[in-house]
Design a binder for this molecule. Structure first.
Ligand code: 16G
Length: 234
């Protein structure tokens, strides 16, 4: 059965493709309710699907606007790079820059609760969407989680972790604005010193086992983060 909100979402997708440009306003909630003969709740559900897909974004108090096709917007849901790109209709790919087994640097060992100098796999990849560089990723995994030799870096790391019984379930993240070094600017195909968002993520499994220390550096002109915030009940 196709739900009403899916029909409304499909019809909004169509009208975006047909007649709207990035950052144009969508019809108001009230208008969408009238056009589709549905409740406010159904309109809200349809819009939230489109927000998840990155096709539209909300500006509090102003309405809903069409997203920009070349800007990827990440929501607080825990997702992998592959999932982020596929949900936006782009094809993800990777260029492996480094794959080594090393003694964990102090910061990594302490974040992952490992004894100093424990063995970890270090992975550096350039991540692309439809062949355009989007992010640089540096990931450290304890070798006890996945042996270095078993990794297939052409495909999703999170999918391989899931298959190995280490589904990434929760992550602590810190987001920082940085200027790219000359080398990283070159890899990401932007002017030297361009702005980027550096996200440090420490990921754990459903059982609380620490799995991954990652630093993902996104081109600031191609990536935004969306966070829903609420006031604590008094
Ligand atoms: C995301 C994660 C990164 C993870 C990667 C796995 C953030 C900030 N970072 O880039 O920690 O290693 O996805 O992607 O979301 P994959 O499964 O496509 O290889």
């Amino acid at each position: 059965m196709v739900h009403k909100y899916e029909q409304v979402a499909a019809s909004i997708r169509e009208s975006i493709a047909r007649s709207l440009s990035p950052h144009d306003a969508l019809a108001s909630e009230r208008e969408l309710m009238a056009i589709h003969g549905v409740s406010r709740m159904t309109v809200r559900k349809a819009i939230s699907v489109l927000v998840e897909e990155g096709r539209v974004y909300n500006v509090h108090g102003s309405g809903t606007f069409v997203g920009s096709a070349d800007i990827f917007s990440k929501t607080p849901k825990l997702t992998s790079f592959t999932e982020d790109m596929i949900s936006r209709g782009s094809t993800p790919s990777s260029r492996v820059l480094e794959l080594t087994r090393i003694a964990a640097p102090d910061q990594v060992a302490s974040a992952l609760g490992l004894a100093p100098s424990s063995e970890v796999t270090k992975i550096r990849r350039l991540r692309l969407a439809d062949d355009t560089p989007i992010a640089l990723e540096e990931v450290y995994l304890p070798t006890t989680v996945l042996p270095t030799e078993s990794l297939n870096l052409g495909s999703s790391l999170y999918e391989q972790l899931r298959v190995a019984g280490y589904e990434v379930f929760r992550a602590e993240q810190e987001i920082m604005a940085i200027s790219l070094s000359a080398d990283d600017s070159h890899l990401l195909d932007v002017a030297e010193g361009s702005a980027a968002l550096s996200v440090t993520r420490v990921s754990s499994s459903r059982r609380g086992q620490l799995i991954e220390f990652a630093r993902t550096t996104y081109r600031a002109d191609r990536y935004t983060f969306q966070l829903a915030v609420t006031r604590d009940d008094k």
